[in-house]
Design a protein around this ligand. Structure first.
Ligand code: NMX
Ligand code: MLT
Length: 472
């Protein structure tokens, strides 16, 4: 938020003129001003030159400032803690959790527009925030909902591409195939082939990202209905917002489920740039691969069990506990099952994190949702019990840096409560949401002219020699 706290001179002038126009009854100016204020692309058009200047100044004033030391441990340990990427849309604090453009999840829940009074934020509002750094008005969010709806038509060949796969293929494989098939319509690729100059790259990137975000719910719900509901698709309801419409197309119209989907899509959008899916999207995009190619690559990272697939693994794991012990599982039985999992060489899904060192605030807000809407749900009670049982055991192991639950520990039992019980599908939901964060940053990557990503790698021999020379 701090980035854009000061409005640009033009916006300030416009706001003032709009106020004056209101008092003077100058309806024509007010309409012009309103149209541009509601247009997300026009807002970006204003912000981009400001941020380009800012980056230029950062480079020229501070380009040689050191940000830390790279250790051998970091190179061998998955680059943990190594700062190596610019990511504008969100920042993760190990203790506090994620902030989207400076706003924590509880703050977003307070200030972002909602569909229901006092309800969960609309993901369109978060998308606006990620892209512009400004909290949108209800009118801006409504305009963006309509814009996404207008962009949501999926070409028939996409469904044919999915249909070419066996229905038994994993939902993530079918979903990513759909994304690759959408790529045929990439505006960026067309514009690049036609010689678009670098200064304009962000514009077709914007078009692709907005189209992609808009088209994912129909593609994702097609995959769900194909695999789990005999192929009977459900038409979109154009009166609904993005998340509610997605839930509707999946086949879930309970108002509480619509609220859950709004919360779910909002909190899974972005988790700074270093996580596997975001980093992959950014890396592939840096080769000027278009947003569809970049996002499909990101989804393939999300499909790994240590990353987004963990939401599937959690519900399957919880169900396997019940299968083994019965539904009235005692604390001791739960402890035994956790130890059995660990002794079997497996991880306890939904616990631990590469950066976080406290309970994930995305877990906490889902817990609050459960306490409000489904406190008696037996699986929710089991998840609550796990919160007591798992962290002390992981701590006892002695090597786990963060014994606390992450976002995936909770999402499955909420979805399951409202009837979306097919765990194998859960990562697709994560993927739909993540398009907003990765897409927003891709637009800024191109607007800021960020370069090809190409870090240096070394061999063990190189490291051994380097360390020997250093010690000599
Ligand atoms: N259960 C068992 N062992 C664990 C767990 C866990 N939940 N978390 C970490 N460890 C182990 C880890 O496998 C490693 O063991 P080893 O040295 O034998 O290879 C050791 O503890 C140290 O790992 P950390 O440094 O604490 O964690 P790291 O940053 O390497 O990995 C995760 C982070 C998220 C991959 C890891 O905590 C994990 O595997 N968690 C379970 C899977 C999960 O919930 N993933 C979802 C993450 C969120 N998301 O949506 O992406
Ligand atoms: C995410 O949301 O991407 C996960 O919590 C993983 C991460 O941040 O590394």
């Amino acid at each position: 938020m701090a980035f854009f706290r000061g409005l640009t001179a033009v916006s300030r002038l416009r706001s003032r003129m709009a106020q004056e126009a209101t008092t003077l009854g100058g309806v024509r100016w007010l309409q012009m001003q309103t149209a541009s204020d509601l247009d997300l692309k026009a807002q970006l058009q204003e912000l981009i030159p400001e941020q380009q200047d800012r980056l230029k100044k950062l480079k020229s004033d501070h380009g040689k400032v050191q940000l830390g030391n790279i250790t051998v441990d970091m190179v061998l340990g998955g680059m943990r803690g190594m700062i190596g990427m610019l990511w504008e849309t969100s920042l993760l604090d190990p203790e506090e959790g994620i902030r989207f453009r400076g706003l924590s999840i509880p703050e977003c829940q307070k200030v972002l527009p909602t569909a229901v009074k006092g309800g969960e934020p609309l993901p369109e509002g978060l998308l606006w925030l990620l892209l512009t750094g400004k909290v949108p008005t209800q009118e801006q969010v409504d305009a963006l909902s309509k814009e996404l709806l207008a962009r949501s038509t999926v070409p028939a060949h996409v469904y044919k591409a999915i249909d070419a796969l066996p229905v038994t293929a994993h939902p993530m494989t079918q979903f990513t195939t759909g994304v690759m098939a959408l790529q045929v319509e990439s505006e960026f690729q067309k514009a690049y082939d036609n010689g678009l100059p670098k200064s304009k790259f962000w514009e077709p990137t914007y078009e692709d990202c907005l189209n992609l975000i808009a088209r994912l719910p129909p593609v994702a719900s097609y995959v769900y209905r194909r695999i789990f509901k005999g192929g009977k698709s459900i038409e979109a309801d154009n009166s609904l917002d993005y998340a509610a419409n997605f839930s509707h197309m999946l086949g879930f119209d309970d108002p509480k489920m619509l609220e859950l989907m709004r919360l779910y899509v909002t909190i899974h959008t972005d988790h700074e740039g270093g996580n596997v899916s975001a980093h992959t999207g950014h890396l592939v995009g840096s080769a000027l691969s278009d947003p569809y190619l970049s996002f499909a690559a990101a989804l393939n990272g999300l499909a790994g069990p240590l990353h987004g697939l963990a939401n599937q693994e959690v519900l399957l794991w919880i169900k396997s506990v019940i299968e083994e012990t019965g539904s009235d599982v005692t604390t001791d039985q739960l402890k035994d099952y956790v130890w059995k999992t660990l002794k079997g060489g497996k991880v306890v899904p939904g616990f631990g994190h590469g950066v976080l060192r406290k309970t994930d605030p995305r877990y906490s807000c889902q817990r609050e949702f459960a306490l409000k809407h489904l406190p008696e749900d037996p699986l929710f009670q089991l998840v609550s019990k796990l919160y007591e049982v798992v962290p002390p055991i992981l701590t006892e192991l002695g090597k786990v840096k963060n014994p606390w639950p992450n976002v995936d520990a909770h999402s499955g039992v909420l979805l399951n409560h409202f009837g979306l019980s097919e765990a194998r599908y859960y990562t697709v939901l994560f993927g739909v949401s993540r398009s907003m964060g990765i897409g927003s940053q891709l637009i800024w990557d191109r607007a800021l002219g960020l370069p090809l990503e190409r870090p240096k790698s070394v061999t063990m021999e190189w490291l051994e020699n380097y360390c020997k020379n250093k010690a000599a």
